[in-house]
Design a protein around this ligand. Structure first.
Ligand SMILES: [Zn+2]
Length: 269
């Protein structure tokens, strides 16, 4: 499932292409992907322009010129492609937003969705999310306070969107590896220096993955060489049996709090 770096990469690339563009057509192949009847959805969107695209946790918010918002969550298997009809990948598309000859295709929205909301509704829907881990106001002290309040393992606490927003299964393991901490450690029981390492690892891993374009496999547009650049840089996630980048010993899968998890038993404590 795309996490903060993947969605932030999409946000940056789409903002460069879509700000000010008018939606000229809307096609919905799968009604369950949206939250209002198709004709209402089309009437609300066609003729509106994209004011700005914002990210909150793993959501993208497409702010429209009408002051309403399209809220996107890709969930598992969702992705986007921006281009002409000829460039479109051979995949089933659930929703298409057209901007003249260019189209934004939403693909693999099985659990994912593209919902139409007013700004107030969006505020209400997203109010339970925890702070953004890369925001300047999210200091080391605030992080430690939040983590010390949680009873769970690092794995379960890091992926809890109500504690910190935007981290999922892959980056929680990458952050723990970078910090040299086992994902099965209890959040409450970290020593001060371990908590510091975890904070800096979280900021470092998420920022680097974003710079590298995240791990999505499919490019966002035809000449896109950035998206997916981080896929090869992931050090532990889904790499069971491969040598640890630090010590060379084989990485292991150790599910934690019923979540798939990978680590090095030698480098992480
Ligand atoms: Zn190791």
């Amino acid at each position: 499932m795309p996490e903060l770096p993947e969605m932030e990469n999409y946000r940056l690339l789409l903002n460069q292409r879509l700000i000010g563009r008018i939606i000229t057509d809307v096609q919905v192949e799968r009604e369950k992907s949206i939250n209002v009847p198709v004709p209402v959805f089309q009437r609300a969107l066609i003729g509106a322009s994209i004011r700005e695209i914002e990210r909150r946790a793993k959501h993208l918010l497409f702010h429209l010129s009408t002051s309403n918002v399209l809220v996107l969550h890709l969930m598992l298997g969702g992705m986007m492609f921006y281009g002409t009809e000829e460039e479109k990948p051979d995949r089933t598309v659930q929703v298409t937003l057209s901007f003249g000859a260019m189209h934004l295709y939403f693909i693999g929205l099985r659990l994912g969705y593209l919902h139409y909301h007013s700004l107030d509704e969006v505020d209400r829907l997203l109010q339970k999310l925890g702070p953004e881990p890369l925001n300047a106001e999210f200091t080391q002290e605030r992080f430690a306070q939040l983590m010390r309040k949680q009873r769970g393992t690092l794995k379960s606490v890091l992926v809890d969107q109500g504690v910190i927003a935007g981290i999922g299964n892959c980056y929680s393991d990458e952050i723990c590896f970078e910090a040299g901490l086992l994902p099965s450690r209890r959040s409450q029981q970290l020593l001060d220096n371990e908590m510091d390492r975890l904070y800096h690892s979280m900021r470092g891993v998420l920022a680097e993955a974003t710079r590298n374009g995240g791990y999505m496999e499919m490019p966002l547009f035809a000449e896109d060489r950035l998206t997916g650049g981080h896929d090869r840089q992931c050090k532990v996630y889904d790499r069971e049996g491969e040598p640890c980048a630090r010590c060379g010993r084989p990485l292991v899968r150790q599910d934690v709090s019923s979540k798939k998890s990978f680590c090095c038993l030698h480098c992480q404590h």
